[in-house]
Design a binder for this molecule. Sequence first.
Ligand SMILES: Cc1cc2nc3c(=O)[nH]c(=O)nc-3n(C[C@H](O)[C@H](O)[C@H](O)COP(=O)(O)O)c2cc1C
Length: 353
Amino acid sequence: MPQYDLRFGIWTQVYGASGSFFHPQDPPDASWERNKRLVLQAESLGFESTLVAQHLFNPRDDERDQLETWTASTALAAVTSRIEIIAAIKPYLFHPVVLAKMASQIEEISHGRFAINLVNAWFKPELERAGIAFADHDDRYAYGREWIEVVRALFRGHRVNFAGNHFNIEDYQIRPVGRYRERPIIYAGGESEQAQALAADTADIWFINGQPPDDVRRLIGAVAARPRHETPIRFALSAFVVARETTAQAEDELRYLFSLSQQDAPLRQAMAGRTDPKAVMFKTFARNPAFGSNGGTAAGLVGSYDTVAARIRHFADLGIETFMLQFQPFEAEMARFANEVRPRVDRLTKTAA
Ligand SMILES: Cc1cc2nc3c(=O)[nH]c(=O)nc-3n(C[C@H](O)[C@H](O)[C@H](O)COP(=O)(O)O)c2cc1C
């Protein structure tokens, strides 16, 4: 596996909290003001990236607040100066020429720090209640494949003519493009066979949900072995971190978080009823019970500062370049990670070099 400089990112708090909605020190807050402060703090702590997930209403409870991804990402691009901003996109929500134009504009506002995360949807009512048919799993991926083909060509500044099953594009080009670098980076999420093929064919970086190292090794091996037209695909991992002076303290804290999350059970249950049963990602979550979204603590970043640093190094040796992290309470634990874990990872990396 080629080795890259490690990068750390944070999940912007689009739902208001990572983990439990009932943490006394971290009540849900999905407001723009909170997220602006959070990302500016992350940037000043040295985090390299932030992921802004996409849902139009809160998947656990539509009475709760939800941050809008694309408008918030645009504003984040304007108020930050160094951090990468990754906005998730579900193809059914934006026509590809609109999305390519918006992404190119954010690329310019951010001076070349923008990326998209292509996700092909599991949250049924978001589309269905809007009167947009929620296509079958594999059809969604077929749609996403045409969609990203159009977006990629427009990003590159091509004059696009495209006749597909879903899109008919004639003589379309957008300007400006490529002012700061060739084009925005393309991440892709999703674990199914279709997701893996789509990532290998069209993405720069594949996002893996938090899970144990052996599973991550297998997934990296499968995607890296697929044919590629461009530079080798790179890998990112989502994970929830619980780090303390000692492993015993971290395990106590994890137990506390799990006890809080009992109060979230009705919300989790409601969300489960809104998901596509064919989404492979949820089968992975069922195998690895965890705290936090997208695999959360199943990646095993729970323990003493040294243990967590060593586990990150191990994932890096398997080929993970970017770690997209969750914490709770977010701001305080993110600062702890930057001050305690990150220097240890840097020391391990220098020793290994
Ligand atoms: C890091 C990461 C971030 C994701 N973000 C989103 C998101 O913002 N919105 C969404 O609907 N799905 C999101 N997903 C879910 C997937 O992209 C995909 O919709 C899901 O895994 C179902 O597809 P599958 O059957 O291929 O696993 C994310 C996945 C990963 C790994």
